[in-house]
Design a protein around this ligand. Structure first.
Ligand code: SF4
Length: 186
């Protein structure tokens, strides 16, 4: 199935209660053949209004990080654990995440990225282990059964709240950049 077909299918989705408060479903954005995929938590206010992921302040910071790592945003694909905005930007609960994850699995299967960057603990806990701690696991490569390299790091929104996280995130993105370059040059 193509990304366009999945996006068509998701329209009108009411698998969880987040459907009630959304303006738009924020499906995902970027290169459908991306080698690098970034996964965040869920849409915020700007994303909900525009229907695109990472367009608000955190998104602008992510753009800067990608630019510094010499990774073009249009070359990567960006999606979230949940596609509809949780009220007041709260963290999506397990039930909501579980309801929405099949859409993300379909996206990952279709795009077939070589690297997946997990932005923040919601992505880490829902995709790797419910009790995983981002503070402990960030900066270390993990590998999926199908050989996808996975790097957890802090969510850009966390950097806006706590600038001391900028240094570790930059260290993580240097590793991501090196691996990405290796893959792109092969
Ligand atoms: S968050 Fe996901 S599962 Fe819930 S309504 Fe939106 S698209 Fe459907």
């Amino acid at each position: 199935m193509s990304l366009k077909q999945i996006e068509k299918e998701i329209q009108g989705c009411r698998r969880c209660g987040l459907a009630d408060g959304r303006t738009n479903i924020v499906f995902g954005d970027g290169n459908p053949k991306a080698k690098l995929m970034l996964i965040g938590e869920g849409p915020g206010r700007d994303e909900d209004l525009q229907g695109k992921p990472f367009v608000g302040a955190a998104g602008q910071l992510l753009n800067k990080i990608l630019e510094a790592a010499e990774i073009k945003r249009e070359d990567v694909y960006i999606a979230n654990i949940v596609k509809c905005r949780p009220p007041g930007n709260r963290v999506p609960n397990r039930k909501e995440a579980r309801a929405c994850l099949p859409w993300l699995w379909q996206q990952i299967e279709t795009i077939s990225p070589r690297i997946v960057v997990l932005l923040g603990s919601t992505a880490l806990q829902n995709l790797i282990k419910p009790d995983a701690r981002i503070t402990k696991m960030r900066g270390q490569w993990l590998e999926s059964k199908s050989g996808i390299k996975i790097m957890p790091t802090y969510h850009p929104a966390a950097l806006l709240r706590d600038p001391s996280k900028k240094k570790p995130v930059w260290e993580d993105f240097q590793k991501i950049r090196d691996e990405y370059k290796k893959i792109m040059n092969n």
